[in-house]
Write a protein that binds this ligand. Structure first.
Ligand code: GDP
Ligand code: MG
Length: 189
């Protein structure tokens, strides 16, 4: 069993979608093993969105693909873009309260990412959280000099999740227990 970090971003809290977002993970057979609401300060938010070159390159590539499909050109290189988006993201997270949760289950990191959907909500699968609850997009967000508002953060993989979980939770804030249906979902478990 694997653990991953989810943040319900301020738009998710303000739109009263906390329950529906967390229910999506529970319905899929995943388990909440830690959860809290908080208003993060800048220091904590910067620790979470730590500068990461691989992440910045990936952000640039995702946007470049989207721009190419529209026949548009990229005006920034990956470093400029990564730095800009990291700043915009931190401002976005600081606009209100968030809910931080640790989700546990079989291949939890990939499963949660699948349920959350693609970064740009207009591109996200219509049954995913971002696809169901938003129609924001890279173009719309960039034209307004803000981050894409997309309800949820989910760790990229289980290794990154370990670091991100340690930013938001102390060991003793995470709880071990069995769901009553675990024996049915995973016989022999
Ligand atoms: P995620 O893992 O799907 O959340 O996406 P990333 O880790 O690539 O980006 C982190 C967050 O930055 C996203 O959830 C968006 O809020 C925002 N973001 C990512 N790419 C862009 C972009 O091209 N433009 C803008 N304005 N925001 C972006
Ligand atoms: Mg990410």
């Amino acid at each position: 069993m694997e653990r991953t970090l989810v943040l319900v971003k301020p738009d998710g809290v303000y739109r009263a979608l906390i329950g529906r977002i967390i229910t999506t993970f529970e319905d899929a057979g995943l388990k909440v093993v830690g959860i809290k609401m908080l208003r993060p300060d800048r220091k904590l938010t910067e620790q979470h969105y730590i500068w990461d070159e691989a992440w910045a390159k990936n952000v640039w590539e995702k946007s470049a693909k989207d721009a190419a499909e529209k026949g548009a050109k990229m005006s920034e290189d990956w470093k400029q873009m990564g730095e800009r988006i990291r700043k915009q993201l931190i401002e976005y997270i600081l606009t209100g309260p968030i809910v931080a949760a640790v989700i546990e289950g079989n291949e939890a990191a990939a499963e949660v990412r699948k349920l959350v959907g693609a970064t740009s909500p207009v591109r996200a699968d219509p049954y995913s959280i971002r696809g169901r609850f938003s129609t924001d997009s890279y173009g719309f967000a960039d034209s307004r000099h803000r981050a894409v508002v997309n309800l949820v953060h989910a760790s990229e993989d289980s290794k990154i999740a370990e670091r991100e979980i340690s930013v938001w939770f102390k060991k003793e804030e995470l709880v071990d227990y069995k769901r009553v249906d675990e024996g049915v979902m995973f016989p022999g478990h």
